[in-house]
Design a binder for this molecule. Structure first.
Ligand code: 13P
Length: 255
């Protein structure tokens, strides 16, 4: 596999952090530090921060994303936000199927699939999250589980649409715990995901497909993780809220 065929993408996932005023301050901190990035840089932010962050990202190469979207375009779905609402604002990315949505909000592989299809229909780039719990890892079912999550999530997604999809492998036990997967563990599962993509869409699609690692990636461990042949980027939680740390990760991906 030739890593040069693929785009390195470093995406911040701000989760439920930052008011609009704080979001502006964070963007002001990030912008000068990532201006020479030689990889794609994205920030996925709370809905209420989108206007501010889109405005702040103007004139930069920083992509802006939301953290979820609904599968219908509009309707009686109190509290939800649709994909066309996001694109109408100029949002380019959306995270779908984050483990926090699956764990705390009842998201299933089937709803993840519906949300992805709606996002792609609206023209959004999708960051699909998959990953196993500690119990599942200990049971030895990680590869099977992420394969199943990937296959169900991508049901009905065409090869052309796949060009707008990235998968983030996020082991649940590594998220927000300070416990990172080893570079070998991360690479092994990212490679397994790539072979699922190859099975579904062919070798050319798999070779060009971006697979990120996420889970306590930080300024210190990013270079080693990103040097792995099948790790093409990172989805960053905590460290994306600290401009210097986020920039360090972007720098590691730009090499
Ligand atoms: P942390 O980087 O805080 O572990 O979060 C990872 C994550 O969930 C990104 O989506």
């Amino acid at each position: 596999m030739n890593k040069k065929l693929r785009k390195a993408v470093i995406a911040g996932n701000w989760k439920m952090n930052k008011t609009p005023a704080e979001a502006k301050e964070l963007m002001d901190g990030i912008k000068p530090l990532v201006k020479d990035a030689d990889c794609d840089v994205v920030v996925c932010v709370p809905y209420v921060d989108l206007c501010t962050v889109l405005e702040a990202a103007k004139g930069t190469k920083i992509g802006v994303g939301a953290e979820n979207c609904h599968w219908e375009n509009s309707g009686a779905f109190t509290g939800e936000v649709s994909a066309p609402m996001l694109t109408s604002m100029g949002v380019q990315y959306v995270i779908i199927g984050h483990s926090e949505r699956r764990t705390y909000f009842g998201e299933t592989d089937a709803t993840v699939n519906k949300r992805i299809r709606a996002a792609l229909n609206a023209g959004l780039n999708v960051i699909l999250c998959v990953g196993e719990s500690l119990e599942q890892r200990e049971q030895g079912i990680t590869a099977e589980l992420v394969a199943m999550q990937t296959k169900i999530a991508l049901g009905g997604v065409t090869k052309d649409e796949l060009k707008k999809v990235i998968i983030a492998y996020e082991p649940i036990w590594a998220i927000g715990t300070g416990k990172t997967a080893t570079a070998e563990q991360a690479n092994e599962v990212c490679a397994a995901i790539r072979s699922v993509i190859e099975g579904l869409y062919g070798k050319d699609a798999a070779d060009a497909f971006t697979v990120q690692y996420g889970g306590s990636m930080n300024a210190k461990n990013a270079a080693e993780l990103l040097a792995q042949p099948d790790v093409d980027g990172g989805l960053i939680g905590g460290a994306s809220l600290k401009p210097a740390d986020f920039a360090e990760i972007v720098k590691a991906a730009s090499k």
